[in-house]
Design a protein around this ligand. Structure first.
Ligand code: ATP
Ligand code: MG
Length: 402
């Protein structure tokens, strides 16, 4: 059976029958034990399949969303541009500036106008493929019995033969990385987020360059974080903190979590940041000033977590995995179970990680900062023997290139 069930004319390949065919590797087994009998799956051609009403795949988002009214309108207009073919737009900007958050908010707000809304983390070719495979299985669970390559093809086929959908490719490295996929899509809307700033005009209508928050929006975000659990919390000086952090949403979120968790005032927090001036941190490939801002926050938070050294160790370990959906079970045996639970709780309280059920996410910018040795790390390396915890494990195999 060919791995691609569709011919070059887009029609199902004659060698690949969908309806009534037994799929999977088990259909020739004749086992007398009931638990080993596999019910043959029947796969309906994707072009004949409607999406179940309201089928969406979107990441969990923070309940706090501020500003971006103009950006949301620009996105809507760009995606509404009717060209008779697939409409693509791209949101690009610095790490932590809020691209994914904007895309998720847009998708959530506009979900009712789409037959399907599907989010794919697109930071590697394999993640696009597995995202399409997940789509196919969500549309038709029987597809799950097929090899992954065919699942991917089924997902693509559904998109190619239907309209009215919105596909989000989050964190795409660059325009070329979507070329193969886009070439197969005659209709629908594709929203891309990327740190890459150039090259989008070739594939996207009106690419949107996303900037940091406006000062008023940044102030609103910080005060909402500070007063979320304590409406009486003092918010004086919030403007100064936002300005020091360059109005970067990720930085404000983490600084706010620290201040709220520890009862630190704006003035005290600025003093803490002052211990780690930006100039201490070198330029990095992962984004000069934002990286330095995050490095300062990270140092302040880690100082505070000195009473839970395991928290820093856990974060350094998590920094080497892909950022989303890291199974908590990976930490089994890392240390005493209760100590690990406590460490994770503290990291979450300071917004260094987010947890959803049994999985953990660490923002990719926090990971980048965590992986970068700081001036203090070098001092520590010279004066202690903890080299194993701080030396980047370059040979670790499971990160994909970031
Ligand atoms: N408009 C906003 N309102 C409230 N919080 C925001 C907003 N934009 C971003 N944030 C917060 O800032 C953090 C960083 O945002 P996000 O992950 O969207 O950045 P990004 O630009 O996609 O970064 P990267 O390039 O690293 O993927 C998120 O945790 C999010 O909750
Ligand atoms: Mg993002």
């Amino acid at each position: 059976m060919p791995s691609n069930p569709y011919g070059s004319d887009g029609k199902p390949s004659p060698a690949y029958e969908f309806r009534g065919v037994q799929v999977g590797n088990h259909n020739v087994q004749h086992n007398t034990y009931a638990q080993h009998v596999h019910v043959p799956a029947v796969v309906t051609p994707m072009e004949k399949l409607d999406a179940p009403a309201g089928l969406i795949n979107l990441p969990e988002r923070s309940a706090l969303f501020v500003g971006r009214g103009g950006d949301l309108r620009r996105l809507r207009d760009a995606l509404a541009a009717s060209s008779g073919s697939v409409v693509v737009t791209a949101v690009h900007g610095l790490g932590g500036v809020g691209k994914s958050t904007l895309a998720a908010h847009y998708a959530e707000t506009h979900r009712a106008g789409h037959s399907l809304v599907w989010w794919i983390t697109a930071d590697a070719p394999t993640s696009i493929e597995s995202g399409l495979a997940c789509l196919a299985v969500a549309l038709q669970p029987a597809v799950g019995t097929l090899p992954l390559e065919q699942q991917t093809e089924h997902g693509l086929r559904w998109l190619a033969t239907h309209g009215g959908w919105l596909l989000i490719l989050d964190n795409l490295p660059g325009p070329n990385d979507a070329a193969t996929l886009l070439a197969r899509l005659p209709g629908g809307q594709v929203l891309i987020t990327s740190r890459r700033t150039t090259g989008w005009h070739d594939i996207a209508t009106t690419p949107l360059s996303l900037d940091v928050l406006e000062p008023g929006q940044a102030h609103e975000l910080l005060t909402r974080i500070l007063t979320r659990h304590d409406p009486a919390a003092v918010t004086d000086g919030a403007d100064a903190v936002c300005a020091e952090l360059g109005h970067l949403p990720l930085a404000i979120e983490q600084a706010g979590a620290f201040m709220a968790e520890t009862g630190t005032s704006a003035g005290e927090y600025l003093d803490l940041l002052g211990r780690y001036p930006a100039a201490m941190y070198g330029e990095t490939a992962e984004g000069g000033d934002t990286h330095r801002t995050m490095a300062r926050i990270w140092r302040v938070t880690l100082d505070r977590l000195a009473d839970t050294p395991l928290a820093g160790k856990v974060l350094r370990m998590l920094a080497w995995y892909a950022p989303d959906d890291i199974p908590t079970a990976l930490l089994n045996g890392f240390d005493d179970e209760l100590a690990v639970i406590k460490a994770l709780g503290r990291l979450a309280a300071y917004a260094m990680i987010t947890r959803a059920g049994e999985v953990i996410s660490v923002h990719r910018l926090v990971q980048a900062v965590t992986r970068t040795p700081t001036p203090m790390t070098f001092t520590a390396l010279r004066s202690t023997s903890h080299t194993r915890a701080t030396t980047p494990p370059a040979r670790w195999p499971w990160r994909s290139g970031r």
